[in-house]
Write a protein that binds this ligand. Sequence first.
Ligand SMILES: *[C@@H]1O[C@H](CO)[C@@H](O)[C@H](O)[C@H]1NC(C)=O
Ligand SMILES: *[C@@H]1O[C@H](CO)[C@@H](O)[C@H](O)[C@H]1NC(C)=O
Length: 423
Amino acid sequence: MVSWHGFGLPLLVAVTAFLAGLVLGSAELPLNSCSAEGQSVSCFEGTDARNNALLLLTSSGLGAYGADSRTLVPNGNLTKAFRDLVLQLPDSSWETDGAKRKENARNRDVSMLAESGFYEPELFSGLQIVIVEDGCFVKDSFWNKENPDFHSGTNYQISGMTTSIELVRPFLGRGLDVGWCANYSQSKAGYFVALGFEAHRIRHVSLWDRLAGDSLKTQVFELLTTSRARGSMTADLEAETGSSEATAVVDLLRSADILHVNGGHPDFTQFVFKQFAREFLLPVVQRVKEGSVVYTGQSAGSMMGGADVGLSLQAPIFRDMVKRGDTTGLSLAGRCAVRPHDEGSAGSLWDLASAVYGKLKGLMVVRLPNAEALMCARGQCSVVGATGKPAASVISGQEPNLERLAEVFSVMGQPGASDAGPT
Ligand SMILES: *[C@@H]1O[C@H](CO)[C@@H](O)[C@H](O)[C@H]1NC(C)=O
Ligand SMILES: *[C@@H]1O[C@H](CO)[C@@H](O)[C@H](O)[C@H]1NC(C)=O
């Protein structure tokens, strides 16, 4: 029996090739034919996975990058959405006066707050933010001072990595993941300090950095920089509990009132979250589901919060290392999966390929342009941001054309198998 990971990528290639023919031959592509556009997204409909999570799954953080693609231009709607979620945290999240702080905040004039960039230390101070940087760990710009993007965002120094630079040095400039990750400690507009969070309460962690041994780390860097067979890495790699380092990581995660999962490599993030450090994350994920920790994500971190990370363009290098080739995310938003940085280009083959992928897996794919986010609060989800709309349709599963295509490819990819659905 062929499992999902066995044919996921070839399937998308096949879909894309097939659709290339369609685009040339037909003007009736089911690209924008869906009707569910707009604010509300019924992520939990038809699932028994309803939870109380407070989620903001952003494409590009609390704003969008400007023309230089470096400077974040904050967006008031996203910032307000974040604030609304914080206001739903339990009183006990604050060290002191939680109830009073929330009440005072509710009485503040939001338009005046908006004018001051939502700077509100009365509300935000005292809350602890933990930024998870695992997706950034495999980026060249995170480690390599010669990389022009070393100073564009976060790096191993800003985020206090414990891994020795000497371990990473042989791999620099040799094909680690491209791009860079935002520096969530910076005090510029659009980041937490500018809202009134205290810098010392913003903590960065990579679970891989803290919990993997040097030889494993080396093997992962080798995997990324050479075409060497990956057989050497075992499939059920799990971080060990019990060490003092493990306890420190558990304590750090337990301290979070806001868990922010940064961008980066979605597939590596998924390997760390769902396989390597799964046990370590279970308690905080449980608290997110109860609504006592706000989960925010950027890009890969948002995909991770959703139902599936298989919609990424990055090569699924780590998929074989996750049990059963699992591509699921934390599924905090029911059957909604997030696809960040979606340009909404009507003719994009990748868009349709990912729509078919979503359909096959029973997902709702929320296509988020930059400056938009999927917000969920206790089971109610909507798109918030500059337009409050997804890039194109939310895939509702009601499009006959998509239905038909999905059928074709499910038969192609999985002869006779019936376990291709969501798990
Ligand atoms: C990142 O944040 C730190 C504060 O921890 C700051 O000193 C540094 O300049 C920031 N880097 C960038 C590129 O904004
Ligand atoms: C906020 O959302 C509203 C409604 O979607 C929109 O009209 C407005 O332009 C948005 N504001 C910003 C700053 O994006």
